[in-house]
Ligand binder design. Sequence first.
Ligand code: FMN
Length: 187
Amino acid sequence: MHRRTFLLALGSVSAAAIFGHPVFAADSRILVAFFSATGTTKEIAKTIAQAVKGNLYEITPEKAYTKADLDWHDKKSRSSLEMADSQTRPKIAQALPDIRNYDVVFLGYPIWWGIAPRILQTFVEATDLTGKIVIPFCTSGGSPFDNSADLLIKGAPRAQWKNGRRFMPGVSPSEISSWVRQLGVVF
Ligand SMILES: Cc1cc2nc3c(=O)[nH]c(=O)nc-3n(C[C@H](O)[C@H](O)[C@H](O)COP(=O)(O)O)c2cc1C
């Protein structure tokens, strides 16, 4: 059989699964942790959690962001000030997840000024991600994934960070599930 026919015959099985390099095992215990100020990342997080049969954890700021807080045209808005100050760590409202119950963490955020909002740094620095497989994902108005997770990696250097992915608002659930399958596990 030609290689192409062989690959077609395998249908929905991902390339990573075929070639034996899954990012995580099918029986992994999975957490989908995310922050979302206006709901876009939350929708993606819900779809990922459904696709991987994982638990959802919303990173909720102690003080919710108002519309004025999110105004990036205003240099004095809360988000502008936080993003301009690399030391800011907005507090998280609720208890952190019991990370010992998980092997894999999908970590979602909206891109703010090219990077992850500071509250993601609060989360990775307060959670012991040692040895955990962490797969970042984000949404944005147009900025690519790029190095948006670099400060998160710096904040949790003992995690096993995997390549991340940016989704445009309105991405279809099938595109999200297809990305999850490419990570090497067929659900
Ligand atoms: C303070 C702030 C800064 C932003 N900076 C960027 C940016 O640098 N690049 C970009 O493409 N989108 C930027 N956006 C747009 C968001 O990334 C985008 O709307 C995202 O999908 C919102 O996700 P959410 O609804 O989960 O909060 C910014 C939004 C806000 C509120």
